[in-house]
Design a protein around this ligand. Sequence first.
Ligand SMILES: *C/C=C(C)/C=C/C=C(C)/C=C/C1=C(C)CCCC1(C)C
Length: 259
Amino acid sequence: MPSFLKYLFLLLVVSTPCFARQEAMITLDPTDYVGISFWTISMAMIASTVFFLMESLRMPSKWRTSLVIGGLVTLVAGVHYFYMRDVWVLYQTTPIVFRYVDWIITVPLQMIEFYFILIAATSVSFWIFWRLLLGSVVMLLAGYLGEIGAVDPWGGFVVGMLAWFFIIYEIFLGEAARSASTHGDKTLNTAFHAMRLIVTIGWAIYPLGYVVGYLVPVVNDEALNIIYNIADFVNKIAFVAVIWVAADKQLKQETASLT
Ligand SMILES: *C/C=C(C)/C=C/C=C(C)/C=C/C1=C(C)CCCC1(C)C
């Protein structure tokens, strides 16, 4: 199957740099639970990438782009996790810059996924995408400035929360919500509702990490990184898994209606 081989080759090319860069001697202490969580999640990200890219090939065409973008999200995150793990293991410090470079690439990609889910079944204006993008950029910029101490941690937190609420408003009450509730495609609606839950409940894990990392009297780097790591696992892998489940369901329905 030529397209299958094409993907395999692509994956090989893309993944080589992440395995070929081992300049420092890295070892993992069995009691370093944060380091182990970095390691485990880096592997989960790479494995999910292979899965989502491969599976996109057999899905109905309107789901394919979302799954490929989802695979890019887990790929970009996976490579960042290799670097973040090294920073943690070598220096036991929070890899703030790698974390935010990862987020500033992957969160907008997820907004594109959202947009593709919407346009797969209905006509929405491209403005939705720009508003979601604007909200996420402001949210992440505020968090970053708060974490590096360029602004007061509370200031970064408040602005970040407001931007997040704006995104929630947009997908529950704004144009995105209205167009999703008016089209008739059941699998797309299910995917849209599940994605909304991820942005609301799944994303809520991040501010929680920020609070224990920066806003409580005794700040805790270990808790901060464990919480962010769990959040990334849920919000990157589960986010795409939701799309995969919906696509798979539709494929089965289509196959059933043919026989
Ligand atoms: C793949 C990475 C994702 C989905 C990252 C999401 C990050 C957030 C939802 C961060 C949110 C924050 C706030 C809502 C308040 C201030 C601090 C942040 C940036 C941690």
